[in-house]
Design a protein around this ligand. Sequence first.
Ligand SMILES: [Zn+2]
Ligand SMILES: [Zn+2]
Length: 155
Amino acid sequence: MTVTPAQLRALASRAEALTAEVRALCGTALNGSPEREHLAGAWQAADWLARGAEDLQQAAADLARLQDQPCGLPWGVCPEHGNTLSASGGVSTCRVCRRAWTGDLLGQPCREPVMWKVIDRAGTETRMCDGHVLGARAAAAGATFIRLDQAGAQM
Ligand SMILES: [Zn+2]
Ligand SMILES: [Zn+2]
């Protein structure tokens, strides 16, 4: 099960809504009325809820940063075609689409965003970009491929 930033943000906005509801309700008690005095705990609860909402937003942001990390597999790929690069003269070119990149991408860690979680038959989990998943699909029989943005869309 993958936790997504969207799920955390949804919980945060529920906590924000609850905060607003508690404050609105407590605000209806008249100043100086006996009720007002006995609502101190509820005001405090509203503050805690507000804190909780902030922490959830923070956690969502942290998670988004983690999931935005680059693929990082030790060689570069064409984001659309996978292991189709050839490097010569300081330029890497995709053999399929002829797109070219400066530098020897084949010798550098992949900078494409992580889009997939791949679980091989032994249960080892690897996160990789669109381009790398093309090569992995061809090579890894019996592996499970989970697209990360779809996991987020399921909620
Ligand atoms: Zn290409
Ligand atoms: Zn990659």
